[in-house]
Design a protein around this ligand. Structure first.
Ligand SMILES: CSCCC(=O)C(=O)COP(=O)(O)O
Ligand SMILES: [Mg+2]
Length: 233
């Protein structure tokens, strides 16, 4: 089989460590959420996020304090809800801009992404983090600015990562047959959904969490061993 024409990559657990997201990004958002909403509560985007969160929770009458508490609960259980993800991105933006956060990207991932881009592969991101948050983690990364290697970004506004329809939408947007796209993730439910939509898949096992046995996706421990130009399945 010929090389894929595009690679779509997950972030947390794939290009970047789970520990960075759980131990740095999420606590930063948790710490600054209430203050951010209080300070930026008049911004149309923030008001839309609060309204969308209330609608999603089925609690349209919730006041601002109650809505912030609801968002904190969602943060604690890592709910991949678009309004929370949008707010997290806005809060992280301030942290990155002040130099309080630097995006973690594995050195092997940064090296391979730059090499694949130089060889003409089209690279995309699909993460539950908002598109703004994706640009931040790669733009302010410990491996330098990686945003020039990416041709586009997808987040939960395209659909949940565990639904095949989301990958069909991505393939249509890229104007490529699904079989010409390779999806990289550490999450078997996401890989299953991508495979169901006809994408090629590769599972990243970086040793932070165990992949369930018998999932059937080719497994790689880093991007160095993952040569998309040599893959035959
Ligand atoms: C864009 S970095 C923050 C990642 C994040 O918020 C998240 O929920 C991780 O999702 P992923 O789909 O990258 O595993
Ligand atoms: Mg992941």
């Amino acid at each position: 089989m010929s090389a894929p024409k595009a690679i779509v990559t997950d972030i947390e657990g794939t290009t970047s460590s789970i520990a960075f997201v759980k131990d740095v990004l999420f606590p930063f958002a948790r710490k600054h959420l209430a203050e951010y909403v209080a300070t930026h509560g008049q911004s149309a985007t923030v008001r839309q996020c609060l309204s969308d969160a209330r609608t999603l929770a089925g609690e349209p009458g919730l006041d601002e304090i109650g809505t912030v508490a609801l968002l904190q609960r969602w943060l604690n259980v890592d709910r991949k809800a678009t309004p929370l993800k949008t707010l997290q991105g806005l809060i992280w933006e301030e942290g990155y801009a002040r130099g309080e956060i630097k995006g973690h990207v594995h050195a092997d991932a940064a090296r391979a992404l730059r090499e694949w881009h130089a060889k003409g592969l089209r690279l995309y991101v699909y993460s539950s983090g908002s598109i703004a948050a994706q640009k931040l983690i790669f733009g302010y990364s410990v491996e330098g600015d990686l945003t020039p290697v990416f041709s586009g970004y997808f987040d939960t506004t395209t659909g949940p990562k565990v639904e095949a329809a989301s990958y069909t939408t991505i393939a249509r947007t890229l104007e490529l047959p699904p079989g010409d796209i390779l999806f990289l993730s550490d999450n078997v439910a996401e890989l299953d959904a991508a495979k169901q939509a006809g994408l090629r898949t590769a599972a990243l096992d970086r040793g932070e969490v165990a992949l369930p046995p018998g999932h059937g996706h080719p497994v790689f421990h880093d991007f160095t061993s993952l040569d998309p130009f040599a893959r035959v399945s």
